[in-house]
Design a protein around this ligand. Structure first.
Ligand code: NAD
Ligand code: DAU
Length: 331
């Protein structure tokens, strides 16, 4: 793999993946394609901008003409698609852009992969395509064969993209792999998602809005462990296969919020219970046995260490998130 395309690399996981890859495979050139929506932050990639083995192109993945132009110029060995609208609450307010980017954008990339004979297309998907699990059945986990059962326009759009990838594999022999990961946390996450939002609010002694009773369970994974899994799948995964990624680290939202407050020495009275998210998934829990057995993947970061590191990162990188809060990051 000498030249890879990372879409959505100005976002949270794509940005972390670029840094992970450059450390692990310094010989590899990376092109980042991102149209810089509100979730994209060019500051995240600023240290790389003068590197000869890195190129940033401001292109929308739904823009067929410009996507094909970049493929023609670059001769990619692999394409890893992180670009997406990713926030469930926004998808509930306005689903349209989720369907356009997440489904049609994926189709444009798949067409380009076919046209230019790229050897691997990896689709970064989510555990949300499986719907949710009940709280009173801790014995149940999502496996790769769990039926798709989506709850939000976001998860429906991600499931549609997964099906499109599998259909392209079957019909055109497109060399696709798919990964479905649980909730990530770590540096560079946009402060609309639970952990960075709670950090930012707690830091300014603002209320922490917990949906419903805070009893919903998420299966948290440190972002570098996700990046490691994707890197392994792209290099050694079997074409046409789906891999679940998760570290058996289930926590209620209230547990996570209280951990943040404790680490920041803030009072629990900041917790404010607000109206629940419509259609709110109760519990996500991944069974990662397949990727562990077949590719030797395992999560390296314990939640206690990962959350302490992440909160420290947000403390030390206040200009990064302040620029988002005041809107200056978009200039
Ligand atoms: P993010 O919202 O932080 O970043 C998305 C990036 O994609 C942004 O830089 C944005 O500018 C870019 N983008 C959006 N629409 C685009 C378009 N039309 N053309 C080009 N670029 C576009 O998202 P994230 O949390 O980093 O998630 C990355 C991927 O991982 C998504 O596909 C998401 O579904 C998946 N995922 C996320 C999580 C999680 O916990 N965050 C877990 C599992 C899977
Ligand atoms: O599981 C993987 C998914 O994780 C990814 O596919 C999504 O892209 C990513 O956004 C994330 O989805 P969630 O909806 O689980 O993440 P979010 O951070 O929005 O919310 C986490 C939990 O916290 C969820 O149960 C809702 C709750 N929540 C969230 C916010 C923003 C609150 O209670 N209050 C809040 O203000």
């Amino acid at each position: 793999m000498k030249n890879i395309l990372v879409t959505g690399g100005a976002g949270f996981i794509g940005g972390n993946f670029i840094y992970y890859s450059r450390k692990k495979h310094p010989e590899c050139r990376i092109v980042c394609m991102d149209c810089l929506t509100y979730a994209g932050n060019i500051k995240t990639l600023e240290p790389l901008m003068n590197s000869e083995s890195f190129r940033f192109v401001k292109v929308d993945i739904t823009d067929r003409e410009n996507v094909f132009k970049i493929f023609e110029e670059e001769n990619f060995d692999a394409v890893i698609n992180f670009a997406a609208e990713s926030h469930v609450d926004r998808s509930i307010k306005d689903p349209s852009v989720f369907l356009t980017t997440n489904i049609l954008g994926t189709q444009v990339l798949l067409d380009a992969v076919n046209q230019f004979g790229v050897k691997r297309f990896h689709q970064v998907s989510t555990d949300e395509v499986y719907g949710d699990l009940p709280l009173d059945r801790p014995d149940l986990f999502f496996t790769e064969t769990t039926p798709l059962h989506t709850s939000s326009p976001y998860s429906a759009s991600k499931a549609a993209a997964d099906l499109l990838c599998l259909a392209y594999h079957r019909t055109y022999k497109t060399p696709v792999t798919i990964s479905r990961c649980s909730n990530n946390y770590g540096p560079y996450q946009f402060p609309e998602k639970l952990i960075p939002l709670m950090f930012v609010n707690a830091s300014s002694d603002k209320p922490l809005p917990v949906y419903g009773k805070g009893a919903n369970v998420r299966d948290w994974l440190f972002v570098d462990d996700h990046c490691k899994a994707i890197d392994m799948i792209v290099r050694d995964g079997v074409v046409g296969e789906i891999y679940n990624i998760g570290g058996h680290n289930e926590k209620t939202n209230l547990e996570v919020v209280k951990t943040i407050l404790k680490t920041l020495s803030k009072d629990e009275s900041l917790i404010t219970y607000v109206n629940d998210r419509p259609g709110h998934d109760m519990r996500y829990a991944i069974d990662p046995q397949k990727i562990c057995d077949e590719l030797g993947w395992y999560p390296e970061t314990k939640f206690e260490d990962g959350i302490a590191y992440t909160l420290r990162w947000y403390k030390e990188n206040e200009p990064w998130w302040r620029a988002i809060l005041d809107g200056s990051y978009r200039k």
